[in-house]
Design a protein around this ligand. Structure first.
Ligand code: BTN
Length: 259
């Protein structure tokens, strides 16, 4: 299949949003869309502006990891300027936008591994990196960086072959990046407007989690915890039940499923 174009016009034409994705800045190749999005935000880019690249040469993952971004996949960042009260919900918003966007295009039902990895059949299909600038209780900007493995051939990347998947792998055919991008932008705005209207997106996010009820190990800063992921709080924290019956509330971290 000829690779879809990700030109700004192909994304913005008749896009059913008010502001998310109404301005798109496209690069064939870029170090990191999050880095350029930060620069654009600092220079006053409008809320909803999208930076998108066909490939990234220095894609950033969480915890200073590298994110592989070869051609054929999605690497984009969205600039939002939310009220500080909504910051904890951005993790939920981003992962749900991806889950719903992928489902709309493919019919697949991805799940979220706390806090915001998107998995299909237990393997990671999307990573999300959110970077905020907050000054005196005001959010100057929040960058929602999203990388989706769309037409990634797992066998080309032995380092992630066992843990990652792609939409093309799951579907057995190439998948339109453009359709996934457009759908996830529509979903993102819908969820953002819900937040701004005071509606909760917590239940939908909680119901999409693959983590709950599972034995997990979680690293948070320099600490490491083991236990059963019992529930999540409305602020997105994970409640982990230990073997001795005690409970730890983990605000931010990385979870590995143990069974
Ligand atoms: C992770 O799972 O560790 C997060 C990966 C986030 C990758 C995306 S790709 C678009 C945006 N630009 C980056 O450099 N990183 C994010």
């Amino acid at each position: 299949m000829k690779e879809n174009s990700l030109s700004p016009a192909s994304i913005t034409d008749n896009l059913e949003t008010h502001f998310v994705g109404q301005r798109v800045i496209y690069y064939p190749s870029l170090t990191s869309t999050n880095e350029v999005a930060k620069r654009e935000a600092q220079q006053g880019a409008a809320e909803g502006t999208v930076i998108i690249a066909d490939e990234q040469t220095a894609g950033k993952g969480r915890k200073k990891r590298v994110w592989l971004s070869p051609k054929g996949n999605i690497a984009l960042s969205v600039i939002l300027c939310p009220d500080i009260a909504y910051l904890p919900s951005l993790i939920m918003l981003a992962s749900l936008a991806v889950v719903n966007g992928i489902e709309a295009v493919t019919g697949l039902k991805p799940q979220v591994k706390w806090p915001n990895d998107v998995l299909i059949n237990g393997r990671k299909v999307c990573g999300i990196l959110i970077e905020n600038e907050v000054l005196r209780n005001t959010v100057n900007y929040a960058i929602i960086g999203i990388g989706v493995n769309v037409n990634l051939r797992r066998t080309d990347f032995p380092e992630i072959k066992l843990t990652a998947t792609s939409l093309s792998h799951e579907m057995g055919r190439d998948v339109s990046r453009l359709s996934v991008v457009r759908n996830l932008l529509v979903e993102m705005e819908k969820l953002y407007l819900m937040l701004r209207a005071g509606e909760s997106i917590y239940e939908e996010w909680r119901d999409s989690l693959v983590t709950l009820g599972r034995r997990v190990s979680v690293t948070s800063g320099t600490s490491r915890y083991e236990g059963i992921a019992e529930s999540v709080a409305e602020d997105g924290s994970l409640l982990l039940r230990h073997a001795d019956g005690s409970l730890t509330k983990i605000v931010a971290g990385d979870a590995t499923l143990r069974d």
